[in-house]
Design a protein around this ligand. Structure first.
Ligand code: SF4
Length: 416
């Protein structure tokens, strides 16, 4: 077998999937001959050197907001190296628009969760087999593209959460899948409604190794709704939640555990005083990331959130009373939102700031795979932009709402 190289293009937008996927590749004994590189900048010389050594596979994890950058890079690689590089892709955008990637120069794309399919694809490429024989891999000859729901869900415990060998270590994804169906969100499409939790044993095993091998001394967790850890996503499983926090905070050398703060989020109706008081005795974070999304009950109903504004305000008050700072996620410009509702949502951000909370502002983006993918992009009026700008300047509002407004237009224009 020729000596193959995998160049997995690293980018801040996809660093979590990079860590997890390089982790599965470096621990797959069938791929032990594969050289792996994960450059932050993809230089021509990196690719040239690799092509000179042998067959080269270039991998991208593609978020819907990153397609312009990635397609440009792929075009440049094709112009310089022709078919001597095999270009493969995975990630959220791929699952929703696989053919778009193939039309933009990719050879093969992986649908859905990559932990099983991606190493399989690499093994097929290294052994001159046709990757389109793998369920979940789409190539130019594929007739019927599967959707993520057609594929078996991954058991998180059977795969590493990050790449210790290459020292690409990030937050541990403790829960995957979400039983809710918020219309602006693509998580249900990508990972399904069946919730899977990484076991406490597995989390402890990997964290202990990360502390020993990489000098890791703080950890974050990834979850669509952190307070649902251990259950099926619709209830708080207090024993499991506390079991996780108690166990990981005992790991020697791990100084800080962040839970329920960014990059995780919690749904408002899961927030209770006893749970937050329990958390307070374990976690290092001062903030709790709460998804409220709108100040309008009509909008929350329309988006299928299954909680009310009052639930959100109660969660925010409970959070403040428990000694955490609420970081409240809000989405502006949701489909069907009136100007009055938009302005009221921004007014609420101001009121939240006066209460001691902070807001993380988003502009609605019609994400491929979400129920709202065909809706018009979120648009702010000049008054809203001015108010949001003022909140940002006072550091009471964070988030890339301004960039998202342009991104939303780009996503929308691509459909036509
Ligand atoms: S926004 Fe959160 S609760 Fe709603 S579907 Fe997405 S992950 Fe689930």
């Amino acid at each position: 077998m020729d000596s193959h190289t995998l160049i997995f293009r690293a980018h801040s937008s996809s660093r979590y999937s990079l860590a997890a996927l390089v982790g599965v590749v470096e621990t797959d004994h069938r791929l032990s001959e594969l050289a792996i590189e994960a450059p932050i900048e993809l230089s021509t010389s990196t690719i040239r050197k690799s092509v000179a050594k042998g067959p080269t596979i270039l991998a991208h994890s593609v978020m819907s907001t990153q397609t312009d950058r990635i397609y440009k890079e792929v075009r440049e690689v094709r112009e310089k190296f022709g078919n001597s590089v095999t270009i493969v892709g995975g990630g959220p955008h791929v699952s929703a628009r696989p053919m778009e990637l193939l039309e933009n120069g990719f050879d093969y794309v992986v649908i859905g969760e990559g932990e099983k399919t991606f190493p399989e694809l690499l093994w097929y490429l290294m052994n001159d087999k046709d990757p389109t024989d793998i369920l979940g891999v789409v190539g130019k000859i594929t007739q019927d593209c599967p959707a993520p729901r057609d594929l078996d869900p991954v058991n998180l415990d059977t795969h590493p959460p990050f790449a210790l060998g290459m020292n690409i270590v990030g937050p541990i994804e403790v829960t995957r899948g979400c039983p809710y169906s918020c219309k602006f969100c693509c998580t249900p499409f990508l990972t399904g409604g069946r919730v899977r939790n990484r076991s406490i044993d597995s989390i402890t095993y990997w964290l202990t190794r990360a502390v020993e091998r990489s000098g890791f001394d703080r950890t974050w967790f990834l979850s669509p709704n952190a307070l649902s850890y251990g259950g099926r996503g619709r209830t708080v499983e207090e024993d499991k939640l506390e079991g996780l926090l108690r166990t990981v905070t005992k790991i020697e050398g791990l100084k800080e555990v962040f839970f329920g703060s960014f990059p995780s989020e919690v749904r408002p109706e899961f927030v209770t005083r006893p749970i937050l008081e329990m958390m307070m005795s374990y976690v290092a974070n001062k903030t709790l990331q709460i998804g409220l999304q709108s100040s309008s009950n009509r909008m929350l109903k329309l988006t299928n959130r299954h909680h009310t504004v009052e639930d959100g305000l109660e969660a925010i008050n409970t959070t403040l009373d428990s000694g955490f700072i609420p970081h409240v996620d809000m989405i502006f410009g949701l489909p069907g939102e009136t100007k009055k509702e938009l302005h009221e949502s921004i007014d609420l951000c101001q009121s939240l700031a006066e209460m001691g909370a902070k807001t993380h502002g988003h502009v609605f983006m019609p994400l491929p795979g979400s129920a709202y993918e065909n809706e018009a992009p979120g648009r702010l009026d000049s008054e809203s932009r001015k108010l949001l700008g003022e909140l940002s300047r006072k550091k009471l509002l964070t988030g890339s709402w301004s960039t998202q407004e342009s991104m939303a237009e780009i996503l929308s224009s691509r459909k036509s």
